[in-house]
Design a protein around this ligand. Structure first.
Ligand code: ADP
Ligand code: MG
Length: 289
């Protein structure tokens, strides 16, 4: 039978929006030595907004109408921000077909008889469309903690779009609380290293950047050799990482896939609830001994 202190921790946690799927989760959570956070939607609210549109040759409007054409139908937070801005500015998307996501890289579609794309600077570079002036503009925006995406046609950069996704209000406090418990915090992101450094530095935590979904799993697997790792995430693409960690925790605002895969959930979307969950688990285990 379940020890009384475990049963009471499960129910008092549930009342505070700290959901754990069974007593075994408490045992593992209590021994957490490192917490790994997904960036977008977990440490940040996941609602990026466009701050700058930098055209290369044409107009801001041309960049936006092409980007919107590609992102039509996409539910990625960056796509939603682009579509929202186009709508707010009264910019109509160019007609497009075959729009599809390129996981961890961007999205593409056929527009005006050619394949056009919106994607990470790294992906744009792989496609050979970044020249010195573009690289400089991108580096400057990224050093400011902004996420930059490039809009390009075959062999030609059309423009770059900078977006900012603000950290959740309590994210820095959460890192401090975990530190007080002797637990390290690391941010994992598909975003570039400059943006990651600017955001994680402000929160007092370390980071691993430019990770493809499978790299996030590998990073966690690596860490679990020496640490007991709690992974906190919200997205469909976080599910494999949540499953690989010693214990996976889903944000309540997250996708169903994340909530199903994780062994625990923090329903009120407060990052500090990660520390609260660990304190609760430690107290429950302390009462057994
Ligand atoms: P994260 O780890 O921040 O959730 P993703 O793995 O979803 O990021 O994406 C990594 C990078 O790929 C983004 O920072 C962006 O540059 C690019 N990207 C992915 N999807 C899109 C999209 N739909 N539109 C534009 N860029 C995208
Ligand atoms: Mg996310």
């Amino acid at each position: 039978s379940v020890p009384a202190s475990i049963a009471s921790a499960l129910s008092s946690g549930a009342r505070r929006g700290l959901l754990m799927k069974g007593g075994a989760v408490i045992e593992v959570a209590a021994r957490t030595t490192a917490v790994v956070f997904d960036k977008t939607g977990t440490l940040t609210a996941g609602r990026p907004r466009i701050t700058e549109i930098v055209p290369f040759g044409g107009t801001e409007k041309a960049v936006l109408s092409l980007a919107a054409a590609i992102e039509t139908g996409s539910s990625h937070p960056l796509a939603l921000a682009i579509l929202e801005r186009a709508k707010a500015d009264g910019v109509t998307a160019l007609p497009s077909t075959g729009a599809k996501a390129l996981a961890g890289r961007g999205a593409e579609a056929f527009v005006g008889g050619e394949t056009v794309a919106v994607g990470s600077p790294r992906y744009a570079d792989e496609r050979g469309v970044l020249e010195a002036a573009a690289r400089e503009a991108i580096a400057r925006l990224e050093a400011d903690g902004k996420t930059v995406v490039a809009v390009f046609r075959p062999g030609k950069l059309v423009g770059v779009i900078a977006l900012r996704d603000e950290p959740r209000e309590d994210a820095a406090d959460a890192v401090r609380q975990l530190k007080a418990l002797g637990i390290s915090s690391t941010m994992l992101t598909g975003d570039n290293a400059r943006t990651a450094a600017a955001i994680s530095g402000g929160l007092g935590m370390s980071y691993r950047a430019e990770l493809m979904p499978e790299d996030k799993v590998a990073a966690i697997r690596e860490m679990t050799a020496a640490e007991r790792v709690m992974m906190v995430g919200d997205g469909i693409n976080d599910a494999p990482a949540l499953a690989t960690a010693s214990v996976g925790v889903a944000m309540g605002s997250g996708t169903d896939v994340a909530l199903e895969t994780a062994q625990a959930a923090i329903l009120r979307n407060r990052v500090t609830d990660v520390a609260a969950l660990i304190r609760l688990a430690r107290a429950a285990m302390g009462n057994i001994r």
